[in-house]
Ligand binder design. Structure first.
Ligand code: GAR
Length: 188
């Protein structure tokens, strides 16, 4: 068993979470946190017997409801978590949270970073006939920035013309799981 204790943050379907749950013989996943109560990732975690949390909100001075990142920080520390994996987590972490977890947050992203950060990365790369692939990187204060730990080119730009977007997305998702697994196994 690797000695690190992980929280996995998700927002949607959770195909990458499933890949991480399959590694539980070597990976200590203490909790799965979702930004979205309807995320099917939550069901996957519960079925695997992993505790889940929803991001809590609090009312700020301007009477707006904002994610309570401080609460998340304490919940994770109370559970002994010392590493965070963003597996399809679609919220931007605030800078002070990132600083508190510096060097301990990994993000999976479906592009060859620094190309195509943000949303709809596969579609944008496909439309522009660019190389398509996946990256795992350490998270800094930017969006899909931070030092790249591993990358894989799934499909070269020159091969895109013969493939549909859905076929490409499928191959990217297969590569995402492979790269995640390899990176975590090599992680210090
Ligand atoms: C994955 O393709 C992941 O790389 C991407 O969201 C998808 C989530 O799928 N993440 C980002 O774009 C982060 N910027 P999943 O919920 O099935 O794992």
């Amino acid at each position: 068993m690797l000695r690190d204790r992980w929280a996995v943050l998700v927002s949607g379907r959770g195909s990458n979470l499933s890949g991480l749950l399959e590694m539980r013989d070597v990976l200590d996943i203490r909790v799965v946190v979702s930004s979205n109560p309807k995320a099917s990732a939550l069901l996957k975690a519960r079925r695997a017997g992993v505790p889940t949390l929803l991001l809590q909100k609090k009312v700020d001075k301007k009477n707006d409801k904002k994610v309570d990142w401080q609460k998340l920080d304490s919940e994770l520390r109370d559970r002994g978590v010392n590493h965070i994996f963003l597996a399809g987590f679609m919220k931007v972490l605030p800078a002070d949270f990132v600083r508190r977890w510096q060097g301990k947050i990994l993000n999976l992203h479906p592009s060859i970073l620094p190309a195509y950060p943000g949303l709809k990365s596969i579609e944008r790369a496909y439309e522009e006939r660019a190389d398509i692939g996946v990256s795992v990187h350490l998270v800094n204060e930017g969006v899909d920035e931070g030092p790249v730990l591993a990358q894989r080119r799934t499909i070269a730009a020159s091969c895109l013309a013969t493939q549909s977007l859905s076929a490409i997305e499928f191959k990217v998702h297969v590569d995402e799981q492979r790269l995640m697994r390899e990176t975590i196994l090599k992680w210090k």
